[in-house]
Design a protein around this ligand. Structure first.
Ligand SMILES: Cc1ncc(C[n+]2csc(CCOP(=O)(O)OP(=O)(O)O)c2C)c(N)n1
Ligand code: SF4
Length: 250
């Protein structure tokens, strides 16, 4: 029988623990496919967070470090300095991890322009711990710690990470993507691949934000949550390239 689609070699046989319809599973596959297509089956090193993707080390078939909550960019920076320059280093982090407790590590790794890639899954909520408000929860969006919906006057404004990081000199490539339908999954893969290429060309830090879903804590079906991401998520967090020094070079 002709095989038309197969599991990427960069993913182990361990079944993913994510809830049905969660974007984490899709992005794991995209990262694995991109690494494989770029010939990085050997030599990739991941750093995973605390959050729903805490078990990333079980899924990626490469060396994967587990960082304390929010510290992945600092751990990845340290790894960058001690390994072969040809090793490809990526972090994989949620919004609570990256934009709350890990904000300092994120901003400083970005401003230093470390030659690493950060994959940022923005589902607007703390998934693993039961749906608390995240730095990226949108105005009016409900969470267990803002049951009537986020009120910026009470809870503060959400943070647009790509826009903020694009003001720094350090990052080389910043793009926001989503995975709410097949064309956007394909675009997300192209962005992840480009981010890895930028690192392989030693141009500096690349940052990919994925506007993602959390059907479980949104109390929605997978389809409803993808519709929510499309209509609400991607209008509050517009998709696109926010910085690309490879274009500025030309
Ligand atoms: C130092 C520390 N503070 C708090 C926690 C509790 N904690 C675990 S996961 C998490 C947030 C996870 O949310 P996010 O990063 O958005 O990832 P998701 O689960 O949505 O993928 C928190 C606050 C912890 N494990 N360690
Ligand atoms: S709780 Fe949310 S983010 Fe976590 S695996 Fe389930 S759907 Fe995904």
């Amino acid at each position: 029988m002709k095989i038309v689609a197969d599991k990427p070699k960069m993913l182990t046989e361990t079944p993913l623990h994510y809830c049905p319809g969660c974007t984490h599973g899709i992005v794991h596959r995209l990262v694995a496919e991109a690494l494989e297509e770029l010939g990085k089956v050997d030599g990739a090193i991941g750093v995973v967070p605390v959050g729903c993707s805490v078990f990333g080390y079980k899924y990626f078939r490469c060396d994967v470090f587990e960082a304390a909550h929010g510290r992945a960019p600092a751990v990845a920076s340290a790894i960058r300095r001690v390994v072969n320059p040809d090793n490809l280093i990526f972090t994989y982090q949620g919004d609570g991890d990256l934009a709350s407790i890990g904000m300092a590590e994120t901003v400083h790794a970005c401003t230093r322009g470390e030659n690493i890639t950060i994959i940022f899954i923005n589902n607007g909520i703390y998934g693993m711990t039961g749906g608390q408000m995240a730095p990226t929860t949108m105005p009016g969006e409900k969470a267990t710690t803002c049951i009537y919906g986020r009120d910026p006057k009470v809870n503060g404004n959400p943070i647009h990470m790509c826009e903020m990081l694009a003001t720094l000199t350090g990052p080389a490539y910043i793009e926001r993507v989503s995975c709410y339908d097949v064309p956007h999954v394909n675009k997300a893969k192209a962005a992840i691949k480009k981010a890895f290429q930028v690192q392989m060309e030693k141009k500096g830090l690349s940052f990919i934000e994925v506007v993602a879903n959390c059907p479980t804590n949104y109390h929605q079906t997978p389809l409803e949550s993808m519709q929510f991401v499309k209509e609400k998520g991607c209008s509050f967090y517009p998709l696109g390239v926010f910085k690309d020094i490879t274009k500025e070079d030309k």
